[in-house]
Design a protein around this ligand. Structure first.
Ligand code: C5P
Length: 409
């Protein structure tokens, strides 16, 4: 099943196949890329046809295979320039010593090579050859030349080779190549390099006694997705997290807290050195006035727990923001927009993300959300999408508020 969450989904991949025994693995690779939702156009060198049939590759990619500069039957031109423009990524797997050498030298004697020379997209190669060819200084120098020009080299593995010898030169496995290309396409421009941002996320826990607490249903997924997206774009991110079961997103510094009071201390301390904060946590508004040091025994009749207000972290940061960016969240069940707009003003948010519990697929726990972004200039209602995609949209808006020009994004 194609996954909308895969960085490969909907991406255009030019899969170049050269004349190596490992070409049979290109069939599995093509299938993996297609299953992840990518659109694959196969370009083969003339020799590659001897190793895997165009029929196999055309069937798996669901597109005619390109080999020649023009179709000998009708003269139709296969434009390497438009292929290069179409592609989000060019992947040559397997890449022989011969093709690597020609790429390094700028030789343009087949369609695969002319396409490589005109491609503006990222290019990755998965070398496949016998161990001595791979180790040869000529091949190593070609690989260094290509790497210095930005071509990504997907390292071959050690193992049994078609020659019967054992060593390094065996093409990486299709799963590893597909994962590499997915990661490469998922990489973001480091538009937030140098920016320090705080994200609060998850639910706070307010102790009643040593075993009981008051909390809420927040999973932390939305805040973690935002922290991950900010870090992927190069920001230095401090994630102040209440209770969640989630792994820390890559590149994020995480501070675990329990209560609203602990979250307040951590957020206020970090805010001084930050360029802004995203207040995604579901913070308790009330906490037990007194925490029993021992487990409260049950007795007949009703019991009452006196609660007192917690401090509003977002409002406190809003009061001391001095030009810093502040993004709030609002989860409402009625009069959604009016309440969200009131919070925008009261807490001095630059914009607020409104989720309504009335919308199916929005809010707690799930992997999707449906939100409206509200600032003083107006509202933008987004369709139902994954929390990861919502995070991308929120971080786009953060960039525009930080005056990062769209062209750099
Ligand atoms: O007023 P309300 O609690 O609905 O506002 C929600 C927004 O305020 C969220 O961004 C939430 O993270 C933040 N908040 C906070 N500290 C509190 C209560 C809410 O930061 N004590």
């Amino acid at each position: 099943m194609a996954s909308a969450n895969s960085p490969l989904a909907g991406r255009h991949i030019l899969l170049g196949i050269t004349g190596s025994i490992a070409a049979y693995k290109a069939a599995m690779l093509c299938r993996l890329l297609k299953t992840a939702g990518a659109d694959v156009q196969v370009v083969m060198t003339p020799l590659a046809k001897q190793f895997i049939t165009p029929l196999t590759m055309a069937t798996l990619s669901r597109r005619p295979i390109l080999v020649e500069f023009f179709d000998p039957e009708n003269g139709a031109w296969n434009s390497h320039v438009s292929l290069g423009e179409w592609a989000d990524c060019m992947l040559i797997a397997p890449a022989t010593a011969n093709t690597l050498a020609k790429m390094a030298a700028g030789v343009a004697d087949n369609l695969l090579l002319t396409t490589y020379l005109s491609a503006r997209c990222p290019v990755a190669v998965a070398p496949a050859m016998d161990l001595d060819m791979y180790a040869h200084e000529a091949t190593q120098q070609n690989l260094r030349t290509l790497a210095a020009r930005g071509v990504r080299i997907i390292e071959p593995a050690e193992g049994e080779l078609a020659s019967g010898l054992t060593g390094k030169g065996r093409m990486a496995e299709p799963e590893a190549i597909a994962a590499y290309v997915g990661a490469m396409l998922g990489e973001k421009k480091k538009t937030l390099e140098g920016k320090r941002l705080i994200v609060t996320a998850g639910a706070t826990i307010e102790a009643i006694d040593p075993v009981r607490f008051i909390s809420n249903h927040s999973s932390g997924k939305m805040g973690y997705a935002i922290a991950g997206e900010l870090a992927a774009r190069g920001a230095s991110v401090t994630l102040i997290s209440g209770r969640t079961a989630l792994p820390t997103p890559q590149g994020v510094r995480r501070i675990d807290v329990l209560s609203a009071a602990e979250m307040y201390e951590a957020a206020v301390a970090a805010f001084d050195r930050a360029d802004g904060a995203v207040m995604c946590a579901a913070v308790a508004d009330y906490t037990p006035a007194e925490v029993s040091q021992t487990k409260i025994r049950k007795s007949d009749g009703e019991m009452t727990i006196a609660l007192r207000r917690t401090r509003d972290i977002a409002a406190e940061l809003g009061a001391r923001k001095e030009g810093r960016l502040l993004v709030g969240f609002a989860l409402e069940t009625h009069d959604e927009e009016a309440h969200a707009e009131a919070k925008l003003e009261r807490k001095h948010f630059d914009f607020i993300v409104l989720n309504s519990l009335r919308d199916a697929g929005a809010g707690f726990r799930g992997d999707t959300n449906k939100v409206t972004l509200i600032d003083r200039a107006g509202r933008e209602e987004l369709p139902l999408m994954s929390k990861r995609e919502v995070a991308v949209r929120i971080v786009d808006k953060i960039e525009s508020k930080l005056n990062i020009p769209a062209a750099e994004r």
